[in-house]
Structure formats: structure tokens, C-alpha cells
Design a protein around this ligand. Structure first.
Ligand SMILES: NC(=O)c1ccc[n+]([C@@H]2O[C@H](COP(=O)([O-])OP(=O)(O)OC[C@H]3O[C@@H](n4cnc5c(N)ncnc54)[C@H](OP(=O)(O)O)[C@@H]3O)[C@@H](O)[C@H]2O)c1
Length: 265
């Protein structure tokens, strides 16, 4: 299997790092971009991947479009396509638009940057022209770097808010907790590691559990004990409202962006 990454920005690099960690060899991955040749040289030196200035999109098993959204459809329209799998990771583009422009089945994938550490969460929106084989190939590709969920026009906004925006929410939460540890005497790096590792472990546990979150809280919160009192503060200050409002706001912005895109086209 060989992959062409069209676009060599942060998302492209995160995916490539994850795929290399998953066992793909640097010879299987080629990267290109529009103009920044020094960026390609840097990626070649750091990751060992192939780079090209002029790409033949049909020389690869999988082409991943990883440029900014406004560049996707013009790029697709500028080529003649026979490649077996065409994937776009651009936000706000629908797979049917790409299929129409390319004349090929297409998949819109919405990964997040933790794919670099094979801990990504990728939404997969399959175009109407995709068959089982295309869907399986795309799913296998993104499961190399984390988990996947099937999305569509109805669910994509909520998915993007939860998987794409939530890393920033998480950093905000960690940033608000670490001062308590530094005030107690830990250095900044250790404080961050303590909070992040505790949360990573809790996330791992959540992924293996099916019981309601209130039951899981009860496992660690003896009545009137320290955890119970802390959870009480979160509830009194209505963390649930804060978090769901943040998620709805991010999902809403995404919807507005989609509407604006549709109006423009
Ligand atoms: N960052 C995220 O967390 C994230 C998450 C999910 C999805 N995405 C999606 O991923 C895409 C890329 O995001 P990013 O954050 O990686 O952007 P970025 O850092 O700005 O990188 C964009 C890359 O695309 C290249 N490019 C632009 N137009 C091109 C063209 N016509 N042909 C070839 N290469 C072209 C740019 O090359 P030059 O520098 O040479 O112009 C650059 O390497 C976006 O569509 C975004 O919606 C991003």
C-alpha cells in the first residue's frame, strides 16, 4: 500500500507520524504541498518519507487531501482520477461533492491530532458511491491511528465538536488543574504529567466500561470523602452546563461554517 498526502501541514504530519508508528514504512508515504519546499525537506529529514514537487495522483493506492478546505474542490477538479481510494480530511466538505468533482468514490475523514500517537478519534463519512471494500480500506487505515466512528451530514457537526475541538477543552481543563499541584511544590512539567496521566488512565477505563458514568464516580467517591466533595463543587458550579454549552457552541459554529460554504457554492 502506498499513500500520497496532498498538503503537508499539521494534520498531515500528525497522520503520517501515526501511520509510521503503526508500522507503515517511510517508503510507503509520499508528501507534497503547494509551495513550501523547505517544509517538505524538513519532513523528509525528520520522518524519512518521500516528497515530490509534482505529484501523479494516480500512482498511489490512497490519496489523502490534507489542504485547507477551500483548496479541496479546485484541486480535485484540476486532475483526472483513477486512484482506488480518495480521502479528504478537510472540514466542511461533503463526500458527495468530492465524488462529483472526481468521478470516483470518496471518503471524508475527520481525524484529530492525537492520531500522531495512535490515539486519534476519526469520523468517517462515506460517499454514496463507496462500496464495502472502499469503506473497509478507509476504516482500516484510520484504525491504525486510533478509533473510528461512522458520521454523516446529521452527526458531523457534533462529532467535530466532540472529537476535533475537545483536545483544546481538555488542555484548558488540565491548565486549570495544574496550578494546584505547582502551588503544592511540583514543577510545571511534573504537574502536567500527573494530571494528564490520571485523565488518560480514566479515559482508558471509560473505554472498557459500559456502566453509567455516575456508577463509575461512585466507585471512587465515598460519601463525604474528598472525591465526593470535589464532585460536589463541580456540580454546584454546574460543570455539566459549562461543558455541554461549550460543545454546543463549537457544533453551532461548525454548522454556520457549513451553511456559509453551501451559500458560497
Ligand atoms: N489541524 C487539525 O486539528 C485538523 C483536524 C481535522 C481536520 N483538519 C483539516 O485538515 C486540513 C489541513 O489542516 P492543517 O491544520 O494541517 O492546515 P495547514 O497546517 O495550514 O496545512 C495546509 C497544507 O496544505 C497545503 N496546500 C494548500 N493548498 C494546496 C494545494 N492546492 N495543493 C497541495 N497542497 C496544498 C499547504 O501547502 P503550502 O504551505 O505549501 O501552501 C500546507 O502544507 C484542513 O482542511 C482542515 O480542515 C485539520
Amino acid at each position: 500500500m502506498n499513500i500520497l498526502m496532498v498538503g503537508a501541514g499539521s494534520m498531515s504530519e500528525s497522520l503520517v507520524r501515526g501511520w509510521l508508528a503503526s508500522g507503515l514504512s517511510p517508503e510507503q508515504i509520499t508528501m507534497t504541498n503547494r509551495s513550501d519546499r523547505s517544509r517538505l525537506a524538513q519532513l523528509h529529514a525528520e520522518l524519512g518519507v518521500q516528497t515530490v514537487d509534482e505529484e501523479d495522483v494516480n500512482a498511489y493506492d490512497i490519496v489523502v487531501l490534507a489542504m485547507q478546505p477551500d483548496g479541496v474542490l479546485p484541486y480535485v477538479r484540476s486532475k483526472t482520477w483513477t486512484t482506488p481510494l480518495l480521502v479528504s480530511v478537510a472540514a466542511h466538505i461533503e463526500p458527495s461533492e468530492i465524488e462529483e468533482a472526481a468521478g470516483l468514490p470518496a471518503v471524508c475523514a475527520m481525524p484529530n491530532t492525537p492520531v500522531a500517537y495512535q490515539n486519534g478519534m476519526t469520523g468517517l463519512w462515506f460517499g454514496p458511491e463507496t462500496d464495502t471494500s472502499v469503506r473497509e480500506t478507509a476504516t482500516t487505515l484510520f484504525e491504525r491511528v486510533g478509533r473510528t466512528a461512522v458520521t454523516d451530514a446529521k452527526t458531523m457537526s457534533a462529532f467535530m465538536a466532540a472529537a476535533g475541538c475537545s483536545p483544546a477543552f481538555f488542555y484548558e481543563i488540565v491548565g486549570s488543574m495544574t496550578p494546584v499541584l505547582t502551588e503544592a511544590g511540583f514543577d510545571e512539567t511534573t504537574a502536567r504529567q500527573i494530571v494528564a496521566q490520571a485523565m488518560k488512565g480514566s479515559a482508558e477505563l471509560l473505554l472498557h466500561e459500559t456502566r453509567p458514568t455516575n456508577d463509575l464516580i461512585a466507585d471512587v467517591a465515598a460519601p463525604d470523602g474528598p472525591t465526593d466533595r470535589g464532585v460536589g463543587v463541580l456540580r454546584t458550579r454546574d460543570l455539566a452546563d459549562v461543558m455541554s454549552s461549550a460543545l454546543r457552541e463549537s457544533a453551532k459554529e461548525d454548522h454556520e461554517a457549513i451553511d456559509a460554504t453551501i451559500e458560497r457554492t
